[in-house]
Each structure stands twice: as structure tokens, then as C-alpha cells.
Write a protein that binds this ligand. Sequence first.
Ligand SMILES: NC(=O)c1ccc[n+]([C@@H]2O[C@H](COP(=O)([O-])OP(=O)(O)OC[C@H]3O[C@@H](n4cnc5c(N)ncnc54)[C@H](OP(=O)(O)O)[C@@H]3O)[C@@H](O)[C@H]2O)c1
Length: 291
Amino acid sequence: MQNDHSVNVTVIGLGPMGRAMAGAYLDQGYEVTLWNRTPSRAAELVRRGAVLAASPAEAVAAGELVILSLTDYDAFYAVLGAVDPAVLAGRVLVNLSSDTPQRAREAAAWAAERGAVQLTGGVLTPPSGVGDPASSTFYSGPREVFEAHRDTLSVLTGTDYRGEDPGLAALFYQLNMVMFWTALSSYWQALALADAHGITAAELLPYARNALDLGRFLDFYAPRVDAGHHGGDVDRLAMGLASAEHVLHTVTDAGVDGALPAAIVDLFRRGVEAGHGDDSSSRLVEVLKKN
Ligand SMILES: NC(=O)c1ccc[n+]([C@@H]2O[C@H](COP(=O)([O-])OP(=O)(O)OC[C@H]3O[C@@H](n4cnc5c(N)ncnc54)[C@H](OP(=O)(O)O)[C@@H]3O)[C@@H](O)[C@H]2O)c1
């Protein structure tokens, strides 16, 4: 990768993610300017050569590329709202803060009104994956701005440009998070049930890895869903409902919280009650669309 070390990079937001990002730029020899609401979080990075700005405006002014790694877009406005638009003008704001696609679009418009450009990002790795090209971040916004800064952004993770709409990176990120949080919650649920029976996480680990390795199911269902094919030739929703009820009863019999399996039973039951008991459980995609 060709890195342009003449680019001064500013990192605003020094949670675990922002600190990892600033560290990755320092590792590659970039000039790095920092700002964080809680300045003490910058201490280690300053020891390594970063400059801590006295204000958000000073931080924005120092960096041609301004990376924002904040909790959400409320924090984005809290930090940049007070910055003189003359300072923002001409800056590229790489907003890697998580929020909704709509809020990403609004922030891009807010930036444009001040003469700045927002590239929206959705980071798909924990801080430990920052600096690893095998990790990935979704980006969206003006293509030429993304291309101009692709190499600098590639210091953080691999890049996956989704398109011009500033909401797209947030949308693809949220699509991932729908799956991530739901799947991870299923793991917490299984661990609570396992613990109720004296089974440790270590003992369950190989089975959990296998259960959550859903790739072959996704490969099977994706073309069928796109073709609107929900035939019950492989699985039937009525069978799924019975199975989901067995899960719920096993959980509640053990005295474990059943809110999550109850929600799944409710979903499957609505599908069956809508007359889809003989279809595949993939019919639930259609059921969910009709909320
Ligand atoms: N951590 C992960 O594993 C992970 C993975 C993928 C994506 N992400 C996303 O990356 C972003 C950053 O992650 P993180 O774990 O570093 O988040 P975090 O722990 O929530 O920290 C984010 C930063 O936001 C700042 N902040 C929050 N509210 C603020 C406000 N009102 N005004 C000024 N600053 C404010 C915090 O400042 P203070 O230090 O002063 O509190 C901190 O610097 C989030 O959007 C997160 O969803 C995180």
C-alpha cells in the first residue's frame, strides 16, 4: 500500500476505537492531531507523538482528513456544532460514528452547508482489528473524495465503498449489526441455559461455533428468497414453531429468562397463523416486511 504521510490526520473521539485508529496512523508515521471531550484518554497517544488540540476547531484546522469516532451523531453535533463554519470549509469529515442511515444523510447535508464533505463509514471490526487490512469498513459519499483518500483510510482497515448516498455505509453497517447483535444474543442465551445445567462456556464452545456457522444455510436460502421461493420442501414453518416452543420451554423450565425465545415463538406463530405453516421458515421475511 502506498501511504501519503504528508496528509495530516485528525482523530476526534478517543474511545477504544478512536485510540486504536490514532495508534494505527502513528504506527505508519503520520502526523496525528487529537481531540477528545475527556483529554486524559489522549495521554498514551501524545507520549507516542500525537498532538492534543485545545479545541475541536483547532483539531479540525490541523487535519486535512478528520476522522470522527464518536458514540453517535448526537456526539458529532455536540463536538462540531460549535466549530466556526470557516474552519470546517474544505475539510473531509470521515464520520465513523455509528447511527442510522437517515442521520448519516442529515449530517452529510449539515457538513455540505458548511463547505465540508462527509464520508460516512461503518467499521466492521473491534479495535483489535484496526490496522489489519483483512478487517473491513463500509464507506459511502462522493466517490472522488473517497478515492482521493482511499490509501489513507486503508491504514485503518480494508475499505468497502458502497456508493454515493451518504446513508449507504450506515445502512450496510446496520444490516450487519442486525445479524451480529441477534446472533450474539443467542449465544448469551445459550450460555445462560448451559450454566443453569452446570455446563461451562468452554464446554459449549465447539458446539456454539458450529451452531453459529450459518454460511451453508445462507448460501441455500439467499437465491430462493430473491426468487420468492418459500416452498416447504426442506423445512416447514409449522415445524419451526414447534421447535421454537421446545426452546422456550427448555429455557423457562431451567428458570432462565425467556424473553428472547418468546419473541421468536411469537414471530413463528404469526407466520403460521397467517397461513404459512407449510412454507419454509424463509417465508418469515415476507411476514416481517408487512409490519
Ligand atoms: N468498540 C467497538 O468494538 C466498535 C466496533 C465497531 C464500531 N464501533 C463504533 O465506533 C464508534 C466508536 O466506538 P468506541 O467503542 O470508541 O465508542 P465509545 O466508547 O462510545 O467512545 C466514543 C467517543 O465518543 C465520545 N463522546 C460520546 N458522547 C460525546 C459527546 N456528547 N460529546 C463529545 N464526545 C462524546 C467519547 O468521549 P469521552 O471519552 O469524553 O467519553 C469517546 O471519545 C461507535 O460509533 C461504535 O458504535 C465500535
